[in-house]
Design a protein around this ligand. Structure first.
Ligand code: MV4
Length: 639
């Protein structure tokens, strides 16, 4: 990628742009790239890979960093890397990363002039941004007024419609009752309809009603989730688009009225509204469409007096683009845009927060090649993407040409169920989509993470699929339980695998390195375990332990509890939570994949499906009951 050149400072527009500097300096001629306003110390109100990402940007800009951490994060990378670090409190985010009063105290103590919120936690909390503004501390992000305007999805839709930005057809006002909704749908919107929480975003509080029969469930579900997540049960309606692509535009704005865009990203590969793979440019967007949606995005940002890095999320269907919502922060997937534009979005965000004008103009932005990002979550795709927190053993990141890893973990890191399961992002760049795909596959295979079940095998499978090659949304694969089951981890020291009856001989997989006539081969032996299971992990076990195999046996990773459903007939809880709904009755016949119950954990509703077909022989759960990870939810016996 080419280095970015600062724009010419001789044109008339730039001269006007910098007029304020001359005034502030009383007419003294200073360098236009004045460093005087740049921060000397920034507090990063976040954890994990994004905290590390911001620390790196600060180091490059010569800015000192202050980390904050919870009791669970004492030994993490983001803490070790920072120049100073302060304990906030216990693990729960409400007592640490979300504790505004504690953060304000630390800010005062450490003397940081600015706060970078990263994403999640307080990044889109208008109250936090306003509290900093009041204290004369710079919030590295937009003004609190812009966060507030975009935070209410109905208000955002109204503002955008008034600014001439196309929105998904539907209401711009809250819909108070189901009867009101029924009427509006009959008169204007039609079915299928999307019911969304006004306080929502990112798919939280989003339900679809295919017909009138499903409206009540959708309406109440969206409202309930809105209340739980955002303390706001208000919902609105949108026409449900049957098969759109999720296309979002990265914008950057400075405090001098300049708003530019860095092109788009396609984030259509999602599961339960969690993005899994993102790419730039979007396969379905050409130069003409890019210019059109870029204009829509910059106009949307300008309409709320935006400053900093932001994203306009939208749906693309048949060449039509509709505004969905604005994310008023740096996003998880920002690196794919950095890779194709060569622009450091995080550094640019810090510079504009310090009052510097954007260091380039729209004409300077060029997209080159293709970038893909895979989110490496501690989840088991073969078990309905169950969270799989554990301690990482051996760990080695991929490297080489065009490969970038953004992670907050290393060997020995503990992944706690308390926070986001995303432990790293793997990003690659190459000249085009096909070559970037080959490079990603190479990097995925190079990634060694022991002791932790991650989405590495899932990504490897998706990127080899015909659907990915054809740039489809891959929704069919992500929802195909059979397809996902082939990604099962072959556990070595665990209970019998799914489908095996208790008492049956346990199958194990062992990796050996052999030399045949001087040529080295890695072989896998899959068969019945010999001797007690404990010996499998013992010192005598070939290759399973330290360093015996040339390549780490990635598919042999041992689970350390959590996440996995039990073997045989027993369906165990993959998480700690509260039973919200029991969908089967004792004695009932169930199909594999049928809903057994819903468990609420960290405010998310998790649907637990039958791991096999059979009869519900035991059902030791009830609505409202607490369950721990590993507790029996149901016993399903074969007919
Ligand atoms: C939609 C939609 C269809 N119609 N809204 C919202 C949050 C984001 N995670 C995806 N969202 C969607 N909103 C209307 N009116 C479909 C989705 C959607 C989606 C869109 C493009 C690509 C993949 C998707 C996966 C799930 C949901």
């Amino acid at each position: 990628m080419e280095p970015r050149q600062p724009p010419s400072r001789t044109d008339g527009e730039a001269a006007t742009r910098f007029a304020h500097l001359a005034q502030q300096d009383g007419g003294v001629h200073t360098s236009l790239k004045s460093r005087s306003a740049m921060f000397s110390k920034i507090l990063i109100a976040n954890r994990g890979e994004i905290a590390v990402r911001v620390e790196r940007a600060c180091e490059e800009l010569g800015i000192a960093t202050v980390a904050v951490y919870s009791e669970l994060d004492r030994d993490t990378l983001h803490v070790k890397r920072a120049d100073e670090a302060f304990l906030l409190g216990p693990g729960p985010a409400a007592e640490s990363y979300l504790a505004i009063d504690k953060l304000l105290e630390v800010i005062e103590r450490c003397g940081a002039e600015a706060v970078h919120p990263g994403y999640g936690f307080l990044a889109e909390n208008a109250g936090f941004a306003a509290a900093l503004e009041q204290r004369g501390i710079t919030f590295i992000g937009p003004p609190s007024s812009a966060i507030q305007a975009m935070g209410s999805k109905t208000r955002a839709r109204e503002l955008m419609a008034n600014a001439g930005v196309p929105i998904v057809p539907g209401t711009t006002e809250p819909v108070e009752t189901i009867d009101d909704a029924r009427e509006l749908i009959a008169s204007t919107i039609g079915y299928p309809v999307a019911v969304k929480a006004a306080g929502g975003g990112g798919g939280k509080g989003f339900r679809v009603a295919l017909d009138e029969d499903k409206l009540q469930d959708a309406f109440e579900g969206a409202s309930r989730e809105g209340e739980k997540f955002f303390s706001d049960p208000t919902v609105y309606l949108e026409r449900y688009l049957p098969d759109p692509r999720h296309v979002e535009v990265q914008v950057l704005a400075d405090k001098h009225g300049n708003v530019i865009h860095l092109g788009e990203r396609d984030c259509s590969i999602q599961r339960r509204h969690q993005k899994l793979i993102e790419e730039a440019p979007a396969p379905a967007v050409d130069a003409e469409l890019r210019a059109r949606i870029g204009k829509i995005a910059t106009e949307a940002a300008a309409a709320v007096d935006y400053a900093g890095a932001g994203t306009i999320e939208g749906l693309l269907q048949g060449g039509e683009y509709f505004f969905l919502e604005m994310n008023t922060r740096v996003q998880v997937e920002h690196p794919v845009t950095e890779m194709v534009t060569g622009i450091d979005i995080v550094k640019e965000g810090i510079r504009v927060a310090a009052g510097e004008p954007l260091s380039f103009s729209q004409e300077d932005v060029e997209m080159r090649g293709h970038a893909i990002e895979c989110r490496i979550n501690a989840e088991d795709a073969s078990k309905n993407f169950a969270p799989a927190p554990a301690k990482i053993g051996h760990y080695r990141e991929p490297a080489g040409p065009g490969v970038r890893v953004e992670s907050g973990v290393g060997p020995g890191s503990e992944i706690t169920p308390m926070y986001d399961p995303m432990v790293a992002k793997l990003i690659v760049w190459d000249a085009d989509r096909e070559q970037a795909t080959a490079r990603m596959l190479r990097a995925l295979r190079e990634y060694e993470i022991e002791g932790l079940k991650t989405l590495l095998p899932f990504h490897e499978a998706i990127l080899q699929s015909r659907q990915w090659a054809d740039a489809e949304t891959c929704r069919d694969l992500i929802e195909d339980r059979k397809w996902l089951r082939q990604l099962a981890f072959h556990d070595m020291a665990m209970a019998p695998a799914d489908g095996e009856a208790e008492g049956e001989v346990q199958t194990v997989e062992l990796a050996y390195t052999v030399e045949v006539s001087g040529k080295r081969f890695d072989v896998k032996v899959i068969g019945p375990a010999v001797g007690p299971p404990s010996s499998i992990n013992g010192a005598a076990a070939p290759a399973a332990g330290a360093g015996a195999a040339r390549k780490a046996p990635r598919r042999n990773e041992r689970a350390r509890g959590g996440g996995a459903a039990g073997g045989g007939d027993t369906l165990t809880s993959p998480m700690q939570g509260t039973v919200l709904k029991v969908a089967v009755a004792p004695g009932a016949a169930v199909q594999e994949g049928a809903l057994v119950c819903v468990i609420e954990a960290m405010k998310m509703e998790n649907e637990i499906m039958a791991h096999k077909a059979g009869k519900v022989a035991e059902l030791p759960i009830a609505v409202g009951a607490s369950v721990a990870s590993g507790d029996t939810l149901a016993v399903i016996t074969s007919a």
